[in-house]
Design a protein around this ligand. Structure first.
Ligand SMILES: [Zn+2]
Ligand SMILES: [Zn+2]
Ligand SMILES: [Zn+2]
Ligand SMILES: [Zn+2]
Length: 250
């Protein structure tokens, strides 16, 4: 594919010359800018250093304005600024979870969009998660985003993914996608895990075979059809065509 980014344009700048080209793969990758493992089949790759970037992480804006967000949490349209690490002020009112991504809940290992609220809360987001929150390029938002933790996640079976902070407030932090009219949900993080798992199980005949351990309380048939549907949506968003999905709940 044609698009080539070199030198200083390949922002954030690497310390040596990189040549990133837009390519397509059927495998998961880790973006060198947000350090998040992802499933997008289209991505920028530099064959020289073997690094990959999300399509949007090839040129990041210095500032982005977000709003209104699920539950109107960004009703004041806060401006987020790009830093090469998550930021936490000395006066931070949310020290315990400030350096976790507001959207997916996971720790941030590299670049972060940051804003401090008027109540001195430090909000940080992975660049790829901030993109979900902008709502302007809906292609990467497969379903409606929501906050709240009334139901457990259909993928991990928990209220919060294991690596998320337990301190972030329920109606604000660690978002999920709304499923089946709000009766179910899947964490933003777990959705990514799910599609990566599907990609990793993709065989030469384009079949996917997933074995999942399920908690006893969940209705087997319901869960199977929900997951099958969302794996399909996920694969479409990722750019993989029709596939046969075999799901074993054990
Ligand atoms: Zn390179
Ligand atoms: Zn990225
Ligand atoms: Zn995130
Ligand atoms: Zn989950």
């Amino acid at each position: 594919m044609a698009a080539v980014v070199t030198g200083p344009d390949a922002k954030p700048a690497a310390n040596r010359r990189c040549r990133f080209e837009l390519k397509k793969y059927k495998a998961a990758f880790k973006c060198e800018v947000c350090r998040v493992k992802s499933y997008d089949t289209g991505r920028y790759r530099c064959d020289h250093c073997g690094k990959d970037r999300h399509i949007d992480c090839i040129r990041l804006a210095d500032e982005i304005e977000l709003g209104p967000g699920p539950n109107n949490i960004f009703s004041t349209s806060p401006v987020f600024t790009l830093f090469d690490n998550p930021r936490r002020g000395r006066n931070s009112e949310n020290k315990k979870w400030a350096k976790n991504c507001l959207v997916c809940g996971m720790p941030i290992r590299h670049y972060s969009y940051h804003a401090q609220t008027t109540e001195n809360k430090d909000l940080n987001m992975h660049p790829c998660c901030a993109e979900l929150a902008t709502f302007n390029t809906n292609s990467r938002v497969p379903l409606e985003l929501q906050t709240g933790e009334r139901h457990s996640c259909v993928w991990c079976g928990k209220k919060r993914p294991e690596e998320a902070s337990k301190y972030g407030p329920t109606d604000f932090y660690c978002w999920s996608y709304r499923l089946t009219e709000g009766k179910n949900r899947i964490h933003v993080h777990c959705y990514t895990e799910m599609v990566i798992e599907a990609l990793e199980q993709l065989d030469d005949d384009d079949n996917i075979h997933i074995v999942l351990k399920r908690r006893r309380s969940s209705d087997r048939n319901d869960l199977e059809s929900i997951l099958r549907e969302f794996i399909n949506i996920g694969l479409n968003v990722a750019g993989i065509g029709f596939t046969d999905i075999f799901l074993d709940l054990v």
